[in-house]
Design a protein around this ligand. Structure first.
Ligand SMILES: Cc1cc2nc3c(=O)[nH]c(=O)nc-3n(C[C@H](O)[C@H](O)[C@H](O)COP(=O)(O)O)c2cc1C
Length: 168
């Protein structure tokens, strides 16, 4: 029976995985049975009555995994409530144009399956542990580093998602 909620994510350095876990914890607090899984590990959507799907933003885009997953499963996903979240560093920027660009990372998936809710959260960037390419890009664009995640905002969003799922 479809009685569980899926929280599916992609991550390169772990920060989006932790945001997904926080969303899952909050949904469990309100009584839902929740699976938090990397999107690449999901084979079967039949146990799920709703899905929350998220990705970090890299160079303005979601990682390919979640988008491919949504494309592949769009027919099924259109039959249950779906919410999307993106994690990025430019989200902390006060400039509305920059924020708009970060939100545009979800345009493609929004067209595939219309979500009941969308969230966008500041992430974490540490200069150590990055791949050579990512380190080079970070240096080139002089990206700020640090952990900017706002757990209160993530948890509040998860509660709003829970209400939308219940109302759908
Ligand atoms: C090479 C590179 C490119 C990035 N591009 C963007 C971007 O276009 N927009 C944004 O908001 N954040 C960008 N970020 C920041 C990441 O989205 C942020 O660090 C996120 O928390 C990483 O998630 P992860 O730890 O789950 O991989 C970039 C980070 C790196 C290393």
């Amino acid at each position: 029976m479809a009685d569980r909620i899926l929280v599916a994510y992609a991550t390169r350095y772990g920060s989006t995985a932790e945001v997904a876990e926080a969303i899952g914890d909050e949904l469990r607090k309100v009584g839902a049975e929740v699976d938090v899984r990397p999107v690449d590990e999901i084979q079967d959507l039949s146990p799920y009555r709703a899905a929350v799907i998220g990705s970090p933003i890299y160079m303005g885009k979601w990682l390919p995994g979640p988008q491919v997953f949504i494309e592949k499963n769009q027919q099924h996903l259109r039959t249950i409530p779906v919410a999307y979240f993106a994690v990025g560093l430019t989200v902390t920027d006060r400039n509305p144009e920059i924020l708009k660009k970060a939100e545009a990372s979800m345009d493609a998936v929004r067209l595939l399956v219309n979500p009941v809710e969308v969230g966008i959260f500041p992430g974490r960037l540490e200069s150590s542990g990055l791949s050579f390419t990512d380190r080079t890009i970070v240096k080139m664009i002089r990206a700020k580093t640090g952990d900017f995640r706002n757990w209160g905002a993530v948890r509040a969003w998860a509660q709003a998602v829970n209400q939308k799922i219940a109302a759908a």
